[in-house]
Design a protein around this ligand. Structure first.
Ligand code: DX5
Ligand code: ZN
Length: 253
């Protein structure tokens, strides 16, 4: 089973040559790839402007990375940022909680305007309770797994999820290198989703740019989180979003 997944993912990688000429496009989601720019890489002095630019350039949701300096070795932002963004964008605000005690903060983020939550499998002794408490409050919920965490841990929770997030870097920082060994795992999660919960989204997060986006999508992802490739681009947010989308476009033969 495992080697089959690796072989299929390897075939997907081969189908995406580095010269950008995709000879064979597989696994492309029927309703299109969704893009979730991560504001971790934004210029916070111009946050509202940059989120507006991302929206006009076709972002599907805004990804908010919350870090507590404990679950990950970095501190980022909290609910006040969500509250500031809520009146200035109609895009869904997706809240990625990289914090030790997510249950303590769900209510505050909902009050601030979060539409959905991603909580980590790692370090949560009561993941089912966390997931159900988010669902009970009428919000979408996803579970994230780190690069070293096997896909199999999702088996007993997958039915309850709107989204799985496969981390393609170790969480905690933007602008890291995409970890290619996560590709076969993306394919394994895709197979589990098809089997158990086909409506569930499969998101990837970390090191996603015009070179890696196609690989993640061909492995089975449907949603791309991208921080520095969009907000850190010297060409601007709109040009960066266009570049990312055109890297996914099948080449006409
Ligand atoms: C990493 C965060 C990511 C990060 C992605 O811990 O979860 O969302 O912002 O940033 P890039 O796209 O720069 O890797
Ligand atoms: Zn994230």
């Amino acid at each position: 089973m495992q080697s089959e997944g690796i072989l299929r993912a390897a075939a997907s990688i081969r189908a995406w040559p580095s010269n950008g000429l995709a000879k064979q496009i597989s696994r492309r989601p029927k309703d299109g790839v969704k893009i979730a720019p991560s504001i971790l890489a934004a210029d916070f002095a111009r946050l509202g402007i940059q989120v507006g630019e991302a929206g006009r350039a076709g972002a599907d949701r805004i990804h908010v990375d919350v870090m507590d300096g404990h679950f990950v070795p970095n501190i980022s932002m909290g609910a006040p940022i969500v509250a500031s963004l809520r009146p200035i964008t109609q895009l869904p605000l997706e809240t990625h909680l990289m914090i030790s005690d997510p249950d303590f903060f769900i209510e505050e983020f909902i009050g601030a305007g979060s539409d959905s939550f991603i909580v980590h499998w790692e370090g949560n002794n009561n993941l089912h309770r966390t997931v159900q408490s988010i669902r009970r409050r009428g919000k979408r919920v996803g579970v994230a797994i780190n690069p070293a965490t096997p896909a199999g841990v999702l088996e007993e929770i997958l039915d309850d999820l709107d989204l799985v997030l496969v981390m393609t870097v170790n969480p905690g920082f933007g602008h890291q290198q995409f970890i290619h060994t996560t590709l076969p795992k993306i394919t394994r999660v895709r197979q589990m989703i098809e089997h158990r919960n086909p409506a569930c989204e499969l998101e990837v997060d970390g090191g996603i740019d015009a070179a890696t986006a196609g690989q993640a999508i061909d492995a089975g992802a449907t949603v791309l989180v991208t921080g520095s490739a969009v907000f850190g681009s010297a060409e601007g947010v709109a040009a960066a979003m266009n570049l990312l989308r055109s890297s996914l476009r099948p080449v006409e033969q």
